[in-house]
Ligand binder design. Structure first.
Ligand SMILES: [Zn+2]
Length: 193
């Protein structure tokens, strides 16, 4: 029989249920916030497991998803969750933490990854109209843009439309859209170098 450490006491409002850690037979007497967005919802663990849970939790406390993502990107290309060494006091990484026993971190990683993928496939708002007009997807490179532009410019050129006014207007729109996208891509490619 171990004595509770650090003066921790079972939560008086605990529900009568076992610890949520897999296969743990102890009563779930200690509460932990469910996640960063549901601070008023709890999970219930035994003392050892609540401590384990809280160590994983603390890493993300106060961090935005972008920050979590940034921290993860610095590691092995999204292969596994990692911790900034500074937060854990240098090289003294606790192997228990790295095991991520409740998949708390891997769940959050998956969530951040899904969000990043969704962001990457969505064009910046100021470019959407131009992309629609040229019937282009996102992301796009300057070669694809140029190819598409040439195609449309030819199709709506006054010479191929017997001076049709609507084709002429359309071509003006296409020129504007092309110009906007070209500048945007040139800027993005310059800053990526
Ligand atoms: Zn437990």
């Amino acid at each position: 029989m171990r004595k509770p450490r650090g003066g921790a006491r079972p939560d008086p409002s605990r529900p009568d249920r076992p610890c949520e850690a897999p296969d743990c037979p102890l009563p779930g007497e200690y509460r932990a916030p469910r996640d960063r967005f549901q601070l008023d919802k709890y999970r219930w663990f035994c003392l050892d497991h609540v401590r384990e849970y809280n160590r994983g939790w603390d890493f993300y406390k106060g961090m935005s998803e972008a920050q979590i993502e940034g921290a993860l990107r610095q590691d092995t290309g999204w292969q596994r969750p990692t911790w900034p060494l500074g937060r854990l006091g240098g090289a003294r990484l606790d192997p228990e933490i790295l095991r991520d026993p409740f998949h708390i971190l891997s769940d959050q990683v998956a969530m951040a990854q899904r969000k990043a993928a969704a962001e990457a496939s969505r064009p910046p708002p100021e470019l959407r109209a131009a992309l629609d007009l040229l019937d282009l997807g996102w992301p796009i490179d300057s070669l694809a843009l140029k190819t598409r532009y040439k195609e449309l410019a030819k199709r709506y050129h006054p010479d191929t439309n017997q001076g049709d006014r609507s084709a002429e207007e359309r071509l003006k729109d296409i020129n504007r859209a092309y110009s906007l996208l070209r500048h945007k891509l040139a800027g993005a490619e310059a800053s990526a170098r």
